[in-house]
Ligand binder design. Structure first.
Ligand SMILES: Cc1ncc(C[n+]2csc(CCOP(=O)(O)OP(=O)(O)O)c2C)c(N)n1
Length: 618
């Protein structure tokens, strides 16, 4: 790559003539497509933001100027331009580059995220310290139109608008898409800003003003905008608004960013980009299939590993159940915070558009809104990824559980998720939900159990229920069978043995296979209800006098094992020879789930050894 090979760091970029930037952007995009086709990753957001990131690095001097990326999934070009191009093939691999920004990776990564909508609040913090300490450099927050919809972003705008002493440059990367098409009033406002003819005419006219009116140009432009009744919401919030700017016109981008850099006041640059830019299948995508991708053939766009026959994800098993229930005409709504594709609800949305409400990246709103729907007699299913639900803890607690409302949460991506890493692992929800009164928490181990537990959640339970499921896939043997579940009960899978083994979800299925394969003398329990616990099984386990091993891929503190021992202590049951295999008190890195399982001793080989050692101890 003729130009990119010469860019060892962002300072090299500044030596290039502006005219070379479009060609360099093409090379960066090529590297992104080639790399992501091998490693998987966030393709279309990164392609869409490439020109903009190049222009940002051309104009600003990082890390003296701070670029605060929202989420960080769009920042591959930033990694490539800041000395990490040679490591790009290791993206998302264990020990390799993170898929998001990481302060430990580069001094140019000044802020880390993975969850959306933190950039503006972080920029407010950076600016507060800069001003207080008389620091140099500018703070630039790069935020997407989808991420702007969240309450956290609005809270930051609300704060920043009143602080004219702070001067963040907010670069709004508007590609009209969240993962799929953006939703909500704000998305409509952005559309009208993009398309408003009177606004564009006003701005054009202001550009044609004679030179001697130069000083007044900005003010006149603003007045013209007002006359055209087109002040933007950003102007109303106290920012100087520039835009819309073509996010793929390098000259315009550089000029606009330079202007913002030289203006010492809070401003918003509204940059219009095309998600997936430069890779046709990603450009054409409107449902989010190219947002986060698995390895694919860059020439055909087809996935590298063909989906095996009859292998289904948990999300699709759950959405099939929802479809069947809707087909039966039963009343319920599905409330989704911006994850229609990831939750495999595209077909459901197409068939039942009135039943599915996409609220945007607003998990707290989703939970509170669902509470009110349920209070008014409408059962709700709210699928929310485990790690994203962290943001709605108070609404789940205060609004749903405290009022004991019948909202069924689908806790998707529960457990280790793999390559997305520490921001995305669903390893805290058992702890942060396990202590909430009124809440029932279940996790099916197979598709048939999923059906039975969802039936339970909707038809037997009357209060809040959390149904956990991971991002693993499984062979779909039977999703209708099994006994109906009428009470919160565990299942004993094998009868006699020398130790008790307790697991749930995918780990239960895996342990059942391991026990069968090695004919291990183990009493295996399926703890399908994490809350309430099946106290008769807990008592049976504690009184058995056998060693007990509990396996879970969540953090140990507050997990099933700790709930079991608390219950045992509270009821005077003996607890001895009790062993837990769970995740330690640290943020777990990125890598394939299998690799992480091996690292933390949850894999089959480690479990076999642990089980055999305990059996021999008896
Ligand atoms: C709290 C939270 N909820 C959901 C997500 C999943 N997510 C990742 S990127 C994204 C869309 C972001 O849209 P936008 O800000 O417009 O950026 P784009 O990808 O379009 O560039 C979503 C919903 C997340 N990262 N964090």
């Amino acid at each position: 790559m003729a130009l990119l090979d010469g860019i060892k760091n962002s300072s090299d970029l500044k030596r290039l003539p502006l005219a070379d930037l479009p060609a360099l952007a093409g090379e960066v995009r090529r590297l992104i497509v080639e790399g992501v086709s091998r490693t998987g990753g966030h393709l279309s957001s990164s392609l869409g933001a490439t020109d903009l990131i190049l222009a940002l690095h051309y104009v600003f001097d990082t890390p003296r100027d701070r670029i605060v990326f929202d989420t960080g999934h769009q920042a591959y070009a930033h990694k490539i331009l800041t000395g990490r191009a040679p490591l790009f093939p290791t993206l998302r691999a264990f020990g390799g580059l993170s898929g998001f920004l990481k302060r430990s990776e580069s001094i140019h990564d000044v802020w880390e995220a993975g969850h959306s909508s933190t950039a503006l609040a972080a920029a407010a913090g950076f600016e507060t310290i800069r001003v207080a300490q008389g620091g140099k450099g500018r703070t630039v927050a790069l935020v997407g139109d989808g991420s702007l919809n969240s309450g956290l972003s609005f809270e930051a705008l609300n704060f920043l608008g009143q602080r004219s002493d702070l001067a963040p440059i907010i670069v709004l990367n508007d590609n009209e898409m969240s993962i799929s098409e953006n939703v909500g009033t704000f998305a409509k406002l952005l559309t009208s800003m993009r398309t408003s003819k009177s606004y564009r005419t006003a701005v054009k006219r202001s550009r044609r003003l004679p030179r001697f009116l130069h000083v007044w140009k900005d003010k006149l432009a603003m007045m013209l905008r007002q006359l055209a009744s087109n002040t933007t919401i950003f102007d109303d919030f106290g920012f100087k608004y520039f835009g819309p700017i073509d996010g793929h016109d390098m000259k315009k981008l550089v000029r606009s960013l330079e202007m913002a850099k030289n203006l010492n006041r809070p401003c918003v640059l509204h940059v219009v980009t095309q998600k997936g830019r430069g890779y046709q299948p990603a450009e054409d995508d409107r449902i989010g299939s190219w947002h986060g991708v698995k390895p694919f053939d860059p020439f055909t766009g087809l996935p590298k590993t063909k989906k095996a026959e009859n292998i289904h994800s948990w999300s699709s098993i759950v959405s099939d159940w929802l479809m069947r229930r809707a087909d039966q005409g039963k009343p319920f709504k599905v409330v989704v915070p911006a994850m229609v594709a990831g939750s495999e609800l595209v077909a459901f949305q197409a068939k039942y558009p009135d039943r599915l409400i996409d609220v945007g990246i607003c998990e707290a709103f989703a939970a509170c809104f669902s509470a009110a729907l349920a209070l008014n007699g409408m059962p709700v299913f709210a699928p929310i990824y485990s790690s994203f639900l962290q943001r709605a803890y108070d609404q789940v607690n205060h609004d749903v559980c405290r009022q004991n409302l019948h909202v069924v949460f689908g806790i998707d991506r529960a457990g280790l998720v793999g390559e997305d890493g520490d921001t995305h692992h669903g390893v805290f929800d058992v702890s942060y939900l396990g202590h909430l009164p009124n809440l029932t928490i279940v996790q099916p181990a197979d598709a048939a159990q999923a059906t039975r537990l969802l039936d339970y959640a909707f038809d037997v339970a009357t209060g809040p229920v959390a149904v956990r499921y991971s991002n693993a896939s499984q062979e779909l043997l039977d999703d209708r069978g099994g006994e109906p579940v009428l009470t919160p009960s565990w299942r004993r899978i094998t009868s006699e043995g020398k130790i008790n083994l307790v697991a749930y979800g995918d780990n239960l299925r895996r342990m059942a296979a391991l026990v069968a394969k090695h004919e291990l003398p183990v009493r295996l329990y399926d703890a399908r209800f994490l809350k309430p616990l099946d106290l008769s099984c807990v008592a049976e386990i504690c009184r058995s006098g056998l060693p007990t091993l509990v396996l879970e891929d969540v953090v140990e503190a507050g997990g099933l094992a700790s709930m079991m021992t608390s219950a045992a202590f509270a009821t005077g049951l003996p607890v001895s020879d009790f062993h837990v295999i769970a995740l330690p008190d640290r943020y777990i890195e990125h890598g394939k789930v299998d690799e992480l399982y091996r690292l933390y001793g949850l894999d089959d080989a480690s479990m076999l050894l642990r089980i055999q050692t305990l059996i021999q101890s008896k």
